[in-house]
Design a binder for this molecule. Structure first.
Ligand SMILES: NC(=O)c1ccc[n+]([C@@H]2O[C@H](COP(=O)([O-])OP(=O)(O)OC[C@H]3O[C@@H](n4cnc5c(N)ncnc54)[C@H](OP(=O)(O)O)[C@@H]3O)[C@@H](O)[C@H]2O)c1
Length: 183
């Protein structure tokens, strides 16, 4: 079964493609140049050609400050982008794996969040990611929504922000906490 990975050049997308390929899966890595999630017609055309059984959506606009300053763009990528993928997943009968975030919650709970907890996003990033979840749930009959708190990876070329996060990871718990950044 073919697995299309959207956002294949990103932090998570790179690792997902690598891991799937190592397991012998038929991976179709989709860069932004090949598939722009905001382009509903382009998404449909490209994915119909690729004909995946599974679509993993790792694409996002997740820099918190950028989302606050450009909310329309954040909704287009995180919300409508997920909608566009979910529509095609539904048409193709494919499974959509929608990557989301703990930012859909307000962080007030003193114990670990459960799937059944009511989301309450406090910022544009969290709101737009929650919109993406709703689209996935509503439009892709076969879907999984995975909410991550933080991703750690060896830095990708040209991604300075991730170098800092990698350095934090190496330093261990209690190391410098960044203000905002990407999530
Ligand atoms: N990073 C974290 O700590 C963290 C924590 C919790 C959840 N998450 C979630 O995990 C997922 C992956 O995050 P990540 O850190 O791997 O992100 P990332 O490194 O920024 O990668 C995002 C990928 O999406 C692509 N992309 C962005 N806008 C696009 C668009 N309009 N159309 C198509 N592709 C687009 C980017 O391509 P270009 O680089 O070419 O623009 C990039 O390849 C996201 O859903 C994010 O919300 C991340």
């Amino acid at each position: 079964m073919r697995i299309a990975v959207i956002g294949a050049t990103g932090q998570l997308g790179t690792d997902v493609c690598r891991a799937l390929a190592a397991m012998g899966d038929d991976v179709a890595p989709m860069t932004r140049a090949e598939l722009e999630v905001c382009d509903v017609d382009g998404v449909a055309r490209v994915l119909r050609e690729v004909n995946p059984g599974v679509i993993v959506n790792t694409s996002a606009m997740h820099h918190v400050e950028d989302c606050e300053s450009r909310p329309d763009q954040a909704f287009e990528v995180n919300g409508l982008g997920a909608r566009n993928l979910a529509l095609v997943a539904g048409d193709l009968g494919a499974v959509l794996i929608q990557i989301s975030t703990d930012y859909v919650f307000d962080g007030a709970k003193q114990s670990p969040y459960l799937e059944t907890d009511l989301p309450r996003p406090l910022n544009v990033y969290g709101n737009t990611k929650l919109a993406g979840e709703h689209f996935a749930r509503r439009l892709a009959p076969k879907h999984f929504i995975l909410r991550f708190r933080a991703l750690w990876q060896k830095p990708l070329p040209g991604k300075g922000r991730l170098k800092l996060r990698w350095a934090d990871a190496q330093a261990g718990p209690g190391a410098r906490r960044g203000s905002g950044g990407g999530r």
